[in-house]
Design a protein around this ligand. Structure first.
Ligand code: FUL
Length: 481
């Protein structure tokens, strides 16, 4: 009996000590923090959007809904060419417009005759959702779905039976083509259309008509790890423009109840987030490689150049957002040669400009550390999972990176360990140049990743000064290119 008591006492003592240790071994999170699914999503950084429907054959951007499926006839469609090109460009996933506003669906749905089954494509035996989702599996890319809520073909659009139809199609998609990593809910809603031959204008109340909470619950039941994108989240928010630009201040924080799909005038809020927002809803930057979302021959010479795509990378991924780059297949059903060239050229630029991390294993000196474990060495170990934190309770810090010699530096990349919440509010980057410290860049937020473009400068010492932070700064990596 006495022996057992002793064991209990010993157990309690070790318990108290280890509790104490876990308490001080990591900084307390600053809420909100991302879910595991959101954390995994941040790591994707770049992925592709594919817009393809009857619009590709009519030259429109928004089909009216009266297009005959007979015009949908891609002669050489090759989903593997799409996915392989996207993979070669370094992108990690594909989101496909399974249905755009015109209502034509790219899979043989049980619930509508207005589909690929009524088209000449493979004599009505084709299934483009299947072909793309299978190509994604083959090439190791994630697959996502866009199913336009606004449907200009359906006669019952605007009535409750339409919402049932929409949900049945979601069920059909998720049961047959999963796993699906992201569901993209479009904000364009209501207006004129074919509507089963009525050719009229229909208005819906974007806030109530679709009863989104119920739809989201249905989809989560089918795909528990799904992330929902919309103007208003709940998991990922729109960035507020289609030009490829996240706010230079970009909080993942925002309060969901300040948003709902269709609300106008909130583009600035979506673009920057809100420092005191209570939810983690990161911004996704959607932009097309061409002026339009769909392929139009007359835009063949307006494909964004590798340099333009590189700039977009800096204003999206480089500002802590993910980039959803639209690449629309042409009438043959192939990604056009000009787009392939631009994509591979862009990848080459990224590989060249971010090939040698000059800070890898470099000495990092910080003016404070949270603990022996969360020390400055973690900043340059090339491991995103390890991190450094400043002294408990501090709201500023200095980090000096000593390079192994003098190098021409063009970019500085900083990452916060966002698992513990987004903290940094103001920072500055200075280089040691001609025997003095010279300011090269400054910023507000950092988030998952911040890339700062610097006028190329020779230096052997770089300092990052965190000037203001919600709580002790917690960074996972500093890279120098
Ligand atoms: C918008 C749509 O109206 C465009 O056609 C496109 O699909 C874009 C990604 O979203 O809201």
């Amino acid at each position: 009996m006495r022996k057992i008591n002793l064991w209990i006492i010993l157990f309690l003592i070790t318990g108290i000590f280890s509790c104490k240790n876990t308490k001080i071994s990591a900084p307390a999170p600053v809420y909100p923090v991302p879910t595991q699914q959101q954390l995994d999503w941040h790591k994707l950084e770049t992925y592709a959007f594919i817009h393809f429907t009857t619009n590709t054959f009519t030259g429109k951007e928004w089909g009216y809904g009266d297009e005959s499926p007979a015009i949908f006839n891609p002669s050489e469609l090759n989903a593997e060419q799409w996915v392989k090109t996207i993979k070669d460009a370094g992108l990690k996933a594909v989101i496909l417009t399974c249905k755009h506003h015109d209502g034509f669906v790219l899979w043989p749905s049980k619930y509508t005759p207005h589909s690929v089954a009524a088209s000449p494509y493979k004599n009505g035996k084709g299934d483009i959702v299947k072909e793309v989702s299978e190509a994604c599996k083959k090439y190791g890319l994630k697959f996502g779905i866009y199913l336009s809520p606004w449907d200009r073909n359906r006669g019952d659009y605007g009535t409750p039976s339409y919402v049932d139809y929409y949900r049945m199609q979601l069920r059909e998609l998720f049961e047959n083509y999963g796993p699906v990593f992201e569901m993209w809910f479009d904000g364009a809603n209501g207006g004129d259309g074919f509507y089963g031959g009525k050719n009229e204008k229909r208005k819906i109340d974007g806030k109530t008509f679709y009863d989104w909470p119920k739809t989201i619950e249905l989809v989560r039941g089918l795909e528990p790890n799904i992330l929902f994108f919309s103007d208003a989240g709940p998991d990922i928010r729109w960035v507020g423009n289609e030009r490829g630009i996240a706010g230079s201040t970009n909080w993942n924080n925002i309060s969901r109840d300040t948003l709902y799909a269709g609300k106008s005038g909130i583009e600035n809020l979506l673009n920057t987030g809100n420092e005191s927002g209570v939810n983690w809803v990161p911004a996704e930057v959607d932009v097309s490689i061409r002026p339009g979302w769909f392929y139009h021959k007359e835009e063949d010479d307006k494909v964004k150049t590798p340099e333009q795509l590189f700039d977009i990378y800096l204003t999206s991924v480089g500002r802590g957002s993910n980039l959803l780059l639209n690449i629309p297949p042409d009438r043959r059903g192939l990604i056009h040669e000009n787009d392939v060239k631009a994509l591979l050229g862009w990848r080459k630029l990224l590989n060249e400009r971010f090939s040698k991390n000059l800070a890898q294993n470099a000495l990092a000196i910080t003016n404070s550390n949270f603990s022996k474990k969360l020390t400055s060495g973690n900043l340059t170990d090339g491991n995103h999972e390890s991190y450094w934190a400043a002294k408990k309770g501090s709201q500023s810090a200095d980090i000096t990176i000593k390079l192994s010699g003098k190098y021409l530096v063009s970019y500085v990349e900083i990452q916060e360990n966002i698992a513990l919440g987004q903290r940094v509010k103001a920072f500055e980057v200075t280089f040691f140049e001609n025997n003095q410290w010279v300011k090269k860049a400054e910023g507000t937020t950092i988030g998952y990743k911040r890339i700062l473009k610097i006028t190329p400068t020779e230096t052997d010492k770089i300092r990052i000064t965190i000037k203001d932070s919600k709580a002790e700064p917690v960074l996972s990596e500093v890279k120098v290119w």
